[in-house]
Design a protein around this ligand. Structure first.
Ligand SMILES: NC(=O)c1ccc[n+]([C@@H]2O[C@H](COP(=O)([O-])OP(=O)(O)OC[C@H]3O[C@@H](n4cnc5c(N)ncnc54)[C@H](O)[C@@H]3O)[C@@H](O)[C@H]2O)c1
Ligand SMILES: Cc1cc2c(cc1C)N(C[C@H](O)[C@H](O)[C@H](O)COP(=O)(O)O)c1[nH]c(=O)[nH]c(=O)c1N2
Length: 163
């Protein structure tokens, strides 16, 4: 069965996923983009993965710096997600929020639901994307009451019952 791109994307739109802003800073400069293709890999050593399109303007910066911070967004941060997911100049993306410097030197979003400071430990290229395997060196969390999910090509707020 030959699956065309549109059929693949229409089906993938059924998989809800957290919305994250992935940032980096280092010798190649500062950059950030929005990613839903983020996944836990193993807890020993604590590792997650991020899929990055090699055609993205930010790709060379992440490829050179080899560090990144995964900032998981909460409800109310949809505009920031759109800014980092569009063709906005990099300085304008970062000017729209408050940041701290994380353990790896990457920008950490002040009020993210969770932030994972990482070193890229391995890169595997599959088709158009690089899978960045990221070893986590520091985690920061905030007790924000509502999470954010990308599902069916739109944002959805999720209530955290514990808050
Ligand atoms: N993994 C990704 O690269 C990825 C994921 C989500 C969204 N996006 C981009 O965000 C924009 C809006 O996406 P949308 O969800 O509204 O509609 P869409 O029809 O472009 O995508 C639907 C779903 O297909 C998958 N997808 C889309 N483009 C992909 C790609 N190039 N490689 C692998 N998977 C891909 C994602 O799961 C996405 O949620 C598009 O430009 C899309 O390319 C990219
Ligand atoms: C909700 C949502 C989710 C994703 C994206 C977009 C949006 C809106 N984009 C696309 C990515 O953010 C976009 O290409 C950036 O604008 C990259 O910008 P530059 O090409 O570097 O300017 C994206 N790109 C990618 O390589 N991996 C991903 O997982 C995602 N996920």
């Amino acid at each position: 069965m030959n699956i065309d791109k549109q059929t693949f994307r229409d089906a993938m739109a059924c998989l809800g996923a957290a919305v994250n802003i992935i940032t980096t800073d280092g010798p190649a400069g500062q950059a950030g983009f929005t990613a839903s293709a983020v996944c836990s890999v193993t807890d020993s050593p604590p590792t997650l993965l991020v899929c990055l399109n090699r055609g993205a303007s930010v790709w060379p910066v992440f490829n050179d710096n080899r560090t990144l911070c995964v900032n998981t967004l909460s409800a109310g941060q949809e505009a920031l997600s759109n800014l980092f997911g569009g063709k906005t100049p990099m300085a304008d993306r970062f000017a729209a929020a408050e940041w701290q410097t994380g353990a790896t030197g990457c920008p950490r979003l002040d009020d993210a639901l969770a932030s994972f400071d990482c070193r890229i430990s391995q890169v595997v290229s599959v088709g158009t994307h690089d899978i960045l395997f990221c070893e986590i060196v520091a985690i920061t969390r905030h007790p924000v009451p509502q999470g954010l999910v990308w599902f069916d090509r739109g944002y959805h707020a999720l209530m955290r019952p514990a808050c």
